[in-house]
Ligand binder design. Sequence first.
Ligand SMILES: [Zn+2]
Length: 197
Amino acid sequence: MKIIETNLQFNGLRSRKSTRRVIVHHSASSDVPANEIHKWHKNRGWAGIGYHFVIRANGQIERGRPEFTIGAHAGKTGNPDSIGIVLTGNFEIEKPMEAQIDNLVWLIREYLYPKYGELEVVGHKDVMPTSCPGKKFPWAELRRRLEVGPMPEQWKVEIIERAKKAGLITSDHNPDELASKWFVLAVALNLLKVVGK
Ligand SMILES: [Zn+2]
C-alpha cells in the first residue's frame, strides 16, 4: 500500500501543533481526483485542498494538503488538531467501495497510528452540524477493523479476498475471530454449494 504524491501547489499553509484525531469525510460527489478537489477549494479562496488524504473509489490513496499542516475540513474546532481524510462518493446515497474502507483502515492503522499514536477517529458530523460522511458510511465496520490486532500478512489477505469472491464469507466477518462450530458448518455448507456449481 502506498500514498500517491500529487505535488499540489498551495497559497500559504500553517503547521499543525497537535494531532489528536482523524476526521472522516465523503466528497458528496462522483469519484474525483485530489487535484479536482484542490481546484474546488482554491475557488473558495482557500489555500488549496482542505483534506490531507483522498481515497478514490478504487481504493487509491492520494495526498492532499501536506500532512504536517492545518487542514480546512472541519471548522475552527476540528481543523487545528486533526487529519482530514475524504473518501470520494456520496454516502448519503450509496455505501463506500470495499477498497475504500480497506485502504482507510490501512491508512489509519498502519500509517497514522504508528506516527501519532491511537488517534480518535470521528466523522465530520461529530464536530459540525452536517451529515458528512453520509448515513451509509459503515461506522461499525470501521470501528471493529480499527480495534483488532495487527494487519494480517499478505497471504491471509489473499485468502480472505478469495473467500469473499467465492461467497464463502462476507465482509462483515472478522478473520481473527475464533470460529464457532456453527460458523465452520455454515462455511462448509457454502463451500458445498460453490463446489456443486
Ligand atoms: Zn465533511
